[in-house]
Ligand binder design. Structure first.
Ligand code: SF4
Length: 405
C-alpha cells in the first residue's frame, strides 16, 4: 500500500514531451501535395458546386485553394459529372494553376470512378456504397459463404480502378462512414468501430494484393467518441498488420457555428495530439471557405503548423489597466500578417510578463495610462497607452521583423 512518504511513480518519458510525435506513415502523393511521411498535416475541403457547371466549379476550387485549402474534393454522381472534370482540370491549368483534386464516387460507382480517375489525382470510394447491396427487410444474418460471395464481387469491381490508379501513380482514399456501413458488415460486426475498421481492411487487402499502396484511410462518424474509437482501433490494427497508411481525419455532419467547430476540433485535435492523422477536413454546414481557418487554427494550436501570428492574451481581471479586448483587436489588426511571430497582450505587470509564454513581443499594462513593451522577457520601453500599438510596430520594425501587409 502506498504511504504518504512513497516517491511518486516515475512518469513515462512521453509525459515530458511538449512536441507531438506523429505516427510514422508512408508518404502518398496527391498531385504535388504529399499526405503522410514527413509532410505537414494537409488541409482539405470540398466544393458544393455541381461539377457540370464547369465555370462555377472552377471558381469555387480556385476560391478554396486561395484560402489555403491544399487538396480540393468534388463529388461526381454521374458519368457526365466525371467527364466534366476533364474540362475543370484544363480550365484550372489555363486560367489559374494546378490544384490537387479528389473525386468522390458513391453508389455502384465503378464506371464513373474509372472515368474520373483519368482527370483527378485521387479517387475517394466509400466501401459501404461502392458495391451497393440493397438492404432486405427479412434478412437476419449473412452466412460466411454469402459474406465471401459479396467480397468476391467487391474485388472484381475494385480491381480495374486499383489498376488504373496504380498505373497512373495516383492515390485512393478508402473513406468509411459510420452512417453508411455495408449491410453485411453491420450484420457481422454490428454498427461499431470494429465494423468500420474491418470494412476498410477488406478494401486495403484488395489494393495490396494488386501491389497498390497509395492509400489514405478515413473512418468518419458524426459522434465524436465513435470516430475516436474507430481511428484508434484502425491504428492498432494497422500496427499489428505492419501497415503504415496515412489517415484523413474528420467528424461528419458536425453542423455549423460554434458547436460545429468545437465538435470537429474535439474529434480531430484529440487524435492529432496523440500523433494520429495526416490530413484533415472540418465539415461545416457553411460555405466551404469557412472550414479552412478552423483547420489552420487546430493545427496552429497544437503546434503542428504555423500559418498565423500566435497571440497570447490574458482573460483580464480586476487588475487589468486597459480595455483588453479593444487593445487585442487593435494589435491583431496591425500585426496579423506577421506569420511566425508570437505576440502577447497582458493586462498588468503583476502576472503579465511571467505568463507571456515566451512570446517574441509583449504589450503589458504598466500603470494607469501607460503600457510597457517587451522583447521576450526584457522590458524595452514604457509608452503612453495611446501610442502603444504604434510603438509596438516601431519596435518590431527596429528589430527588422516587420513586413508591410
Ligand atoms: S495578467 Fe494581470 S490583468 Fe491579466 S488576468 Fe493576469 S492578473 Fe489579471
Amino acid at each position: 500500500m502506498q504511504t504518504l512518504s512513497s516517491p511518486p511513480a516515475a512518469a513515462p518519458e512521453a509525459a515530458f514531451d511538449t512536441k507531438i510525435t506523429r505516427r510514422r506513415t508512408r508518404p502518398v502523393k496527391v498531385g504535388d501535395v504529399t499526405i503522410g511521411g514527413s509532410a505537414p498535416v494537409v488541409v482539405q475541403s470540398m466544393i458544393n458546386e455541381d461539377t457540370l457547371d464547369v465555370e462555377a466549379a472552377v471558381a469555387a476550387i480556385q476560391r478554396l485553394h486561395e484560402q489555403g485549402c491544399e487538396i480540393v474534393r468534388v463529388t461526381v454522381p454521374s458519368m457526365a459529372h466525371a467527364r466534366a472534370l476533364a474540362d475543370i482540370r484544363t480550365r484550372l491549368l489555363q486560367d489559374y494553376q494546378p490544384v490537387p483534386l479528389v473525386a468522390d464516387v458513391h453508389h455502384n460507382g465503378m464506371k464513373i470512378a474509372l472515368e474520373v480517375a483519368k482527370h483527378v489525382d485521387k479517387v475517394r470510394i466509400n466501401p459501404g456504397l461502392y458495391v451497393f447491396e440493397k438492404p432486405t427487410s427479412d434478412r437476419t444474418e449473412y452466412t460466411p459463404e454469402e459474406f465471401a460471395k459479396i467480397g468476391t464481387k467487391i474485388r472484381e469491381t475494385l480491381e480495374p480502378l486499383v489498376i488504373s490508379l496504380r498505373d497512373q501513380g495516383k492515390a485512393m482514399r478508402i473513406g468509411v462512414n459510420h452512417g453508411s456501413l455495408a449491410e453485411r458488415m453491420l450484420f457481422t460486426y454490428g454498427d461499431t468501430p470494429e465494423g468500420m475498421v474491418e470494412s476498410a481492411l477488406e478494401f486495403i487487402r484488395i489494393c495490396e494484393s494488386l501491389e497498390f499502396y497509395n492509400l489514405v484511410i478515413s473512418l468518419k462518424a458524426s459522434r465524436v467518441p465513435v470516430m475516436l474509437a474507430a481511428y484508434r482501433l484502425m491504428v492498432h490494427r494497422m500496427d499489428e498488420l505492419g501497415m503504415d497508411y496515412p489517415l484523413h481525419l474528420g467528424v461528419t455532419e458536425a453542423g455549423d457555428g460554434d458547436y460545429g467547430r468545437i465538435k470537429s476540433t474535439a474529434g480531430i485535435a484529440t487524435l492529432l495530439a496523440a500523433g494520429i492523422g495526416d490530413t484533415i477536413r472540418v465539415s461545416l454546414t457553411e460555405a466551404p471557405e469557412k472550414e479552412i481557418p478552423v483547420c489552420y487554427s487546430i493545427l496552429q494550436a497544437l503546434g503542428l503548423r504555423k500559418t498565423m501570428v500566435e497571440y497570447v492574451a490574458c482573460p483580464s481581471c480586476g487588475r487589468t489597466l486597459f480595455n483588453l479586448e479593444d487593445v487585442l483587436h487593435k494589435v491583431r489588426s496591425a500585426t496579423s500578417h506577421l506569420t511566425g511571430l508570437d505576440i502577447a497582450v497582458m493586462g498588468c505587470i503583476v502576472n503579465g510578463p511571467g505568463e507571456m509564454a515566451d512570446a517574441d513581443y509583449g504589450y503589458v499594462g504598466k500603470q494607469a495610462g501607460a503600457i510597457a513593451l517587451y522583447r521576450g522577457r526584457e522590458e524595452i520601453k514604457r509608452v503612453p497607452e495611446a501610442q502603444g500599438v504604434e510603438e509596438l510596430i516601431n519596435l518590431i520594425k527596429a528589430d527588422g521583423r516587420w513586413v508591410d501587409p
